[in-house]
Design a protein around this ligand. Structure first.
Ligand code: C5P
Length: 249
């Protein structure tokens, strides 16, 4: 543990698990998604820096592709990261859920708060990270950053790529939110969720919902978007260019 790592005023330490073991097929052929570069720097490095930017975070556990842990380790060694943050690399699994669980297995006992952050969201601002941690510190067992939707959402009967899909319902948009990461958890709650819930889910908070516990949403940020399709890479580089103009780096 580095001297400058910050337990919260209540003494609770925060660690982040970054599942980065996906192949990123939707971005097309090439490197695994987390290793794709934005302005010359791998997305994973951007994501680790975004987490380490919070002074509350003293450990980041990166979950690497199962055959790529050594490569990810040397990548992290080759880039400047804040001294106060410890970094661990562990091999991942076949699903995102399994990768997160393998990250949790490596979590030292002194961490009471765990964030789970997708490597595919490299540009989340530090204020969003801190808001999530703050809400967990205030007693929420699970916290998600979330944004209202711009588009109206329809529930359809999926018809595959082939034909028109019958619309079944139009949920009230004012009650819907698009959920981002980092999602924040009381450590014991997240570990119990991973031990209990076996359904395949797309986020960790929904596992806590299945335990019957209250998940709360705090404001997300438009720059916390997920880099999924080729156009998202263009947007991410534009965000970085704007930051360089306004922040000078
Ligand atoms: O595929 P998707 O975009 O939903 O992946 C979300 C995150 O989960 C990504 O950061 C990806 O690297 C990670 N993941 C993982 N292990 C897998 C599949 C995805 O760590 N087996």
């Amino acid at each position: 543990m580095s001297d400058d790592s910050r337990p919260s005023p209540t003494g609770v330490r925060t660690a982040v698990v970054i599942p980065a073991a996906g192949r990123g097929v939707r971005l097309g052929p090439g490197a695994p998604k987390a290793l794709r570069t934005l302005n010359g720097t791998p997305m994973l490095i951007h994501a680790v820096r975004a987490m380490a930017a919070s002074r509350a975070v003293s450990l980041v556990i990166v979950v690497a592709p199962s055959d790529g842990a050594a490569e990810v380790k040397s990548l992290l060694d080759a880039h400047a990261l804040p001294e106060r943050t410890d970094i661990l690399v562990v091999p991942g699994g076949d699903t995102r859920q399994e990768s997160v669980r393998l990250g949790l297995d490596a979590l030292p006992p002194e961490y009471g708060i765990v964030l789970v952050h997708d490597a595919a969201r490299p540009l989340v601002p530090v204020d969003t990270v801190d808001a999530v941690i703050e809400a967990v510190l205030e007693g929420a067992p699970a916290v998600v950053p979330a944004l209202p939707l711009a588009d109206t959402v329809k529930e359809v009967e999926p018809a595959g790529a082939s034909g028109p899909e019958p619309v079944l319902a139009t949920p009230d948009r004012s009650r819907l939110r698009a959920v981002q990461t980092p999602q924040g958890f009381d450590r014991a709650t997240l570990i119990r969720a991973h031990e209990t819930v076996t359904d395949n889910v797309t986020d960790d908070a929904s596992m806590v919902e299945q335990l019957g516990l209250q998940v709360v949403a705090v404001p997300g940020h438009e720059e916390a978007f997920k880099v999924t399709r080729p156009l998202d890479l263009v947007l991410a580089e534009a965000v970085l260019a704007r930051r360089r103009l306004t922040d000078g780096f």
